[in-house]
Design a protein around this ligand. Structure first.
Ligand code: MN
Length: 493
């Protein structure tokens, strides 16, 4: 069992990550929350404060800033006690109050006349558009609720687990937060499919135990080879088991045949530099023969959510099939913590925002631009959940777009003027029509005519991104408006 959530534990995690960190704010938030929830109990019978503490601990482990950790402690205060957001603001400042208010609203708002899925999705996106940290607090909150879900009525358990799988986990995935996605998925999987969960859990752990000695010897061999022969410093080599829900989905796609799953257990090699990653791949391939079609270079071509690593599967000693995953420490942190790995903290644990993910930025722009929230949900839902592709500019910059995007989507993604003035496109050096569907890895060059007055209305029939659609519409609206104004201001003859 995991250690019970206490303030001491929270403090230890915070100070381990950043020894000079000032935790005064977090400390005050803890006492404030403890007082506010005094006398309240969880469905488990435990004191209520256990839940906000567990939430804050998850956030601290994810290396979030002080304001977010404090908001994690206070997240249920304005919902379950007489304390208002104003009082929180007076006590802890604007940033913390806004986060608490965001989390509270997320739970409260009810939209009428639309299905649960859309309603939940909308709430998530509206909150996310304001401050992505609200969603991350919600993940941490949900994680503890799932861990203690056995005290709730079964119907409620099912509903919470289903929402988690359909909404929370895909968003965590999109934010590149692999660790939290895996936990949310496995806890929900356990509730929704208890028998399959148990069967798979047993299968994986017995297979892991069976292979432990074997993997240890492979681990020693590769470590020795890399450090002694090639002088490559290794940060770590460790075995990892696939998390159960992704394994389950893969099994369903492979007729439930477990022998067809090669990455049940993988060896992960963490090194210092990207150059070392490729050397390690080469060394592995000289030691063991790779399986055809199983070498994946997610460093040169990252997954849509930003995931980077080299993967290869080899016929290892004694004919065993083993997958290797090779990455740098930075890639490892990004795979675990996703978007939050891009945030940098100063010594006091205050966050400097660096919203690197372009779609998170786009999201907040749409929120301001699109007034009709139903429309917002539809467009956002499409763009975020559909598969993404990576295409390249002639200079080699990768652009992240939804599948089936066209050169027009590409052009508007780069710049409004490029979109408005585009007349043709070259895809992989060949002239193509503007409605051509782009594919992963395409190099796209946009040909422009500076004299061109604006977009072609017919483009609206084939563009795929909300960005392109909105920019085209905005331009067309402006054109109509200008024409009307000209008519009105031209003196009659
Ligand atoms: Mn809560």
């Amino acid at each position: 069992m995991s250690t019970p959530p206490t303030f001491q534990r929270l403090k230890t995690i915070l100070l381990t990550n950043a020894p000079k960190r000032d935790i005064e704010l977090v400390h005050r938030a803890y006492h404030f929350a403890k007082d506010a929830h005094k006398g309240q109990r969880r469905a488990s019978g435990e004191e209520y404060i256990v839940h906000p503490l567990a939430t804050a601990i998850t956030l601290a482990k994810m290396r979030l800033d002080n304001a977010t950790v404090a908001a994690g402690l206070l997240h249920d205060v304005s919902d379950d006690t007489p304390i208002t957001i104003n009082e929180i603001e007076k006590e802890f400042g604007y940033d913390v109050a806004q986060l608490v208010s965001g989390v509270t609203k997320l739970g409260k708002v009810r939209y009428r006349g639309i299905d649960r899925y859309v309603e939940n999705l909308r709430k998530m996106f509206v909150a996310m558009a304001q401050d992505i940290r609200v969603i991350i607090i919600k993940f941490a909150d949900r994680l503890h609720n799932l861990k203690t879900i056995q005290y709730l009525p079964s119907e409620k358990q099912q509903r919470i687990a289903k929402d988690t799988l359909e909404i929370y986990a895909p968003i965590a995935n999109r934010l590149g937060m692999g660790d939290i996605r895996d936990k949310l998925e496995d806890l929900s999987f356990k509730i929704l499919y208890p028998n399959e969960y148990e069967w798979l859990g047993h299968l994986v752990s017995s297979r892991f135990q069976e292979k432990t000695r074997y993997l240890k010897s492979i681990q020693r061999k590769i470590s020795h080879e890399l450090t002694q022969k090639y002088h490559i410093p290794i940060l770590s080599v460790h075995g990892r088991t696939k998390h159960l829900y992704s394994l389950y989905r893969k099994l369903l796609a492979r007729d439930r045949d477990i022998t067809k799953i090669y990455d049940l257990i993988a060896l992960r090699v963490v090194v210092n530099t990207v150059g070392d990653c490729y050397t390690v791949l080469g060394v592995i391939h000289t030691l063991w023969r790779p399986l055809k079609g199983r070498i994946k270079d997610y460093i040169a071509q990252p997954k849509p959510n930003g995931y980077q690593s080299l993967h290869t599967t080899v016929f290892c000693d004694d004919g065993e099939i083993v997958e290797f995953q090779i990455r740098t420490q930075t890639m490892h942190d990004e795979a675990e913590y996703g978007i939050t790995a891009h945030w940098h903290y100063d010594e006091r644990g205050a966050v400097a925002f660096d919203r690197k993910l372009s779609w998170a930025k786009e999201l907040s722009e749409w929120h301001h631009r699109i007034q009709d929230s139903h429309q917002l949900v539809e467009t956002v839902k499409m763009d975020v959940f559909r598969n993404r592709i990576f295409v390249f500019t002639p200079q080699g910059d990768a652009i992240d777009l939804p599948e089936d995007s066209t050169p027009v989507d590409f052009a508007y993604h780069i710049h409004t003027d490029l979109g408005n003035q585009c007349v043709a496109a070259k895809v992989n050096d060949r002239l193509c029509s503007l409605d051509t569907a782009l594919h992963n890895g395409d190099v796209v060059e946009i040909l422009v005519n500076k004299q061109k007055r604006g977009p072609d209305p017919v483009w609206l029939e084939f563009v795929h991104t909300a960005t392109a659609r909105n920019k085209i519409k905005a331009h067309l609206r402006k054109k109509t408006f200008d024409r009307i104004r000209r008519i009105l201001t031209t003196p009659a003859m």
